[in-house]
Design a protein around this ligand. Structure first.
Ligand code: SF4
Length: 216
């Protein structure tokens, strides 16, 4: 059918350079993410734009099955414009590789896209101002599992103001996304409290069980 159409258009003298022989792929789209990234670059919706060196949009596979959402960029992320590249990021990479996941196969971003001063928590107003960008990223990537790192991300997506100890090892579903959402300790917290590191292994096993289950 496609070849017949191409032939027909060609015989009509119509330029067919645009004619796709393959359908546009499944969920994620780099083009759509690029549009949002440009919107974030231009964004001045909250005061964090005044002190950023770079926006930190997020990176990874735009069709990822697994999307990880942290809190906010830190100093190194702000300088490089990339998420999770400091010590916490390296720890996160090692957690992921322990269950055979690599950074390139997932998408990682933050709740807010600009660094709060002195690495303070983003305010409720800043989180709200930035919320549309995160929602659009999730809509485009359409992950099959969301992992929220720490209280800020958990609060934003699940509307649960509880300690992480009460949220981890549970599977949440929210009407908007209807995919499993789970909560991990933030790797920065694990760096500050290394005694909690053993619990991360339980979190990773839990994630792995969800990835291999029928929910995905
Ligand atoms: S944190 Fe979000 S809302 Fe605030 S300026 Fe940056 S991109 Fe805009």
């Amino acid at each position: 059918m496609v070849d017949k159409t191409r032939l027909y258009l060609s015989e009509m003298g119509v330029d067919i350079f645009w004619f796709r022989t393959k359908p546009i792929t499944n969920h994620g789209s780099d083009d759509n993410l690029s549009i949002i990234e440009k919107n974030v670059e231009d964004c001045k919706k909250c005061s964090l734009h005044k002190i950023r060196d770079n926006i930190v949009f997020g990176d990874g596979d735009s069709s990822a099955d697994l999307m990880i959402i942290g809190e906010a960029p830190g100093r190194e992320e702000d300088k490089a414009g990339k998420p999770f590249i400091g010590r916490a990021g390296k720890l996160l990479n090692s957690f992921l590789s322990s269950i055979n996941l690599d950074r390139e196969s997932i998408f990682i971003t933050n709740t807010v896209k600009c660094r709060p001063p002195e690495n303070r928590n983003p305010s409720e107003a800043e989180i709200q101002s930035c919320s549309g960008f995160l929602d659009r990223q999730i809509d485009i990537i359409k992950p099959k599992v969301l992992v929220l790192l720490g209280k800020i991300a958990a609060n934003r997506l699940l509307n649960q103001d509880k300690p992480i100890s009460e949220l981890r090892l549970k599977k949440f579903f929210i009407e908007k996304y209807n995919i499993p959402i789970i909560v991990f300790y933030h790797p920065a917290y694990i760096l500050r409290s290394p005694s909690q590191k053993t619990k991360v292994w339980d979190d990773l096993k839990f994630l792995k069980s969800i990835i291999s289950s029928d929910d995905c």
